[in-house]
Design a protein. Structure first.
Length: 328
């Protein structure tokens, strides 16, 4: 199935700041008391993520819509690994969740990796053609990252969607000394302006699909609404990552066909699409371990070589000394 990807007691800081090189909007000593309202099936549009919430509090808000047993393991040949869950919420709304463990790293390193466009494109090259990040600020939003994403065209029966694009904002807050949470939303100030796909083939392929007027360009965005929470918790030398997203699929772009299952698309966005972080840091851990072994081998080899050279010099000295004694 073709899929799209995409491919976090209060002592509030008055101004946003740079912490560890990150564009952080706020800081609390600890997580705030749970304030996230429970998500209800059929009423997803009213749901909102709140700031400074723990992953446990966010996860509990979804217990009325899905079972904790809905999480299933996912492991891909490229190194992605973790747990994913995708839940239909009625209409074109979908809840997608993922859990993963990034080994041998810090939460700051995980955030920096996620906010690196080249890494996102490298891990999602088959779906993403371009990812760019920039920093922005406003009195209403504080400081945030803006992420511009261009997705590759996807085949649908005898036609293709054409390239798709959208922009989203990422607001990062720090909790305590080692944890972070981020909120991701569509950027209303940067809508895509490309024409909708399927205009030529929509009528005979989709029947009820209504093509837009040629005089009214529309955004070619895969989602009408998008809200994502990402929680990063430092657990010893590793980072536990929990991501949850509530999406409304844009049916003017992504037709209501079985091959374009909405839960599958959103599942890739906040589910499998984020699991590359675990794979990325596992690769780094393995590379560091291999480099350490190589250094030990070189050091051991050098020590052995030095011992051998010393033994040779000693033997030569004995031989030369013996020869001199004989001559005497």
């Amino acid at each position: 199935m073709p899929r799209l990807v995409l491919l976090l007691l209060a002592v509030p800081t008055a101004d946003a700041t740079l912490l560890g090189g990150l564009w952080v909007d706020g800081h609390r000593r600890q997580y705030e008391k749970p304030t996230v309202e429970r998500l209800r099936h059929g009423d997803a549009e009213a749901f909102r993520f709140d700031r400074y919430q723990s992953p446990a509090a966010v996860k509990a808000a979804f217990d009325g819509c899905r079972s904790r047993r809905s999480f299933r393991p996912h492991e891909a040949s490229d190194g992605r690994r973790g747990l994913v869950s995708s839940t239909r919420l009625g209409g074109d709304w979908v809840l997608a969740e993922s859990e993963q463990l990034a080994p041998a790293c810090t939460a700051e390193e995980v955030l920096r990796a996620y906010l690196t466009g080249s890494l996102q494109k490298e891990w999602n090259a088959d779906k993403v053609s371009r990812v760019a990040f920039s920093r922005a600020a406003s009195p209403e939003r504080g400081r945030y990252y803006r992420q511009d994403i261009e997705l590759r065209s996807v085949r649908v029966i005898r036609s293709r969607t054409g390239p798709m694009s959208y922009s989203q904002t990422i607001s990062v807050d720090k909790v305590g000394g080692r944890h972070y949470c981020a909120l991701v939303r569509l950027d209303p100030d940067c809508p895509a302006t490309a024409r909708l796909p399927f205009e030529a083939a929509s009528r005979h392929l989709l029947g009820t699909f209504s093509a837009p007027s040629r005089h009214s360009p529309k955004a070619r965005k895969p989602f009408e609404a998008l809200s994502v929470y990402v929680g990063l918790q430092q657990v010893g030398p590793d980072v536990r990552i929990y991501a949850a997203g509530v999406f409304r699929v844009n049916r003017r772009v992504v037709p209501n066909l079985v091959v374009f299952d909405a839960s599958g698309i959103a599942g890739d966005m906040a589910g499998k699409g984020t699991l590359w972080l675990a794979g990325h840091f596992e690769r780094r851990r393995v590379a560091a371990a291999a480099a350490a072994v190589a250094r030990e081998a070189r050091d051991a080899g050098g020590a052995a070589s030095r011992r051998w050279a010393g033994a040779v010099r000693f033997l030569r000295g004995r031989v030369n000394g013996g020869a001199a004694s004989s001559e005497g």
